[in-house]
Design a protein around this ligand. Structure first.
Ligand code: ADP
Ligand code: MG
Length: 292
């Protein structure tokens, strides 16, 4: 390909909302073997909504939710926004909390009226020595539906669980099919639970699900695939995805995502759907078709 054809290629792709940071990235997109997609906000819309609440015996749903809302109000995580919105829509007024702490990949912690409150994963409960009894099985039922369920502990006791659901983007399945048609392997990488991730993965035809990965390990997972001799593209939208976007052979940021993700990536996908991933690969192949 001549400099002119590369310029023509990146220009044409810009018209379709695919912004290459430089012509070298167009060339580098050629020969990709594996596409790794972040789940939340990339495969899914990233707009979770509150779906279910269950409280343990001896706990009152309204008071538990007033406490959970008070804690989650401090978190910027999309899951937290969904919970707070859902709780407020039930007409429940939130309590006050203090000493908020985010535990990336696990959940959140704060104090309400002097009681420690935890909201998050099974592992969070385990490491905090909160016995959850049969709640894990109840949680699995939600996860098999593709929902993200979070456990609640108040003052060291299991108090209930809260589930939210995100929906897949209408275009994800067809776009992943196109990636398959281009001979690409498609994986999904997420901090979310394995069962939830598998349920979502199944809806859109993902080949391989890599779940329960804490944010600092996302880049590690990309390196592992590269160590298997694969040329890898990472597609993501969040701050959490930035290191993985930088490590990947090609990083693609969803244009509606965070600035940090866009800065770390080689390509910005302005359309915000996964068809742009297939478009990038197709365009690169076309532009460099006659080059060995
Ligand atoms: P993702 O990769 O899907 O963005 P994260 O790594 O941010 O996931 O989060 C992983 C898990 O940690 C979530 O599925 C959830 O169980 C828990 N978690 C994260 N943030 C919160 C929060 N604000 N409140 C409760 N749980 C949370
Ligand atoms: Mg995301």
């Amino acid at each position: 390909a001549t400099p002119t054809s590369i310029m023509a290629g990146t220009g044409r792709s810009a018209e379709n909302g695919v912004l290459f940071k430089g012509g070298e990235h167009l060339e580098n997109t050629r020969g990709l073997q594996t596409i790794v997609l972040d789940k939340t906000g990339t495969v899914t819309k990233g707009e979770p909504a509150l779906t279910n609440v269950k409280v343990a015996p001896d706990f009152n749903e309204e008071s538990v939710l007033a406490i959970v809302g008070a804690v989650e109000k401090n978190s910027e995580h999309p899951l937290a926004e969904a919970m707070v919105k859902g709780i407020e829509e039930k007409g429940i007024s939130l309590r006050e909390s203090e000493g908020f702490e985010a535990l990336p990949g696990f959940g959140v912690r704060a104090f309400v009226d002097g009681d420690e409150v935890l909201v998050g994963t099974r592992k969070l409960m385990q490491t905090s020595s909160v016995p959850i009894g049969s709640a894990s099985d109840e949680m699995s039922a939600f996860e098999k539906e593709g929902k993200t369920a979070m456990l609640i502990a108040i003052d060291g006791k299991y108090a209930g669980m809260i589930a939210v659901a995100d929906t897949v983007k209408e275009t994800s399945k067809a776009a992943i099919q196109r990636m398959h048609d281009l001979g690409l392997e498609v994986a999904m990488l997420t901090g979310d639970n394995q069962q939830t991730a598998e349920a979502i993965g199944k809806q859109v035809g993902i080949d391989r699900v890599i779940a329960e990965v804490v944010p600092e390990q996302k880049a590690e997972e990309i390196k592992k695939i590269q160590d298997q001799g694969k040329k890898v593209a990472m597609v993501g939208d969040g701050i959490n995805d930035a290191p993985a976007l930088a490590v990947a052979d090609i990083g693609m940021a969803i244009g509606t995502g965070t600035d940090v993700a866009i800065e770390s990536a080689d390509i910005t996908l302005m359309r915000g759907d996964l068809h742009s991933v297939a478009d990038s690969v197709q365009l690169s192949t076309k532009t460099f078709r006659n080059i060995k």
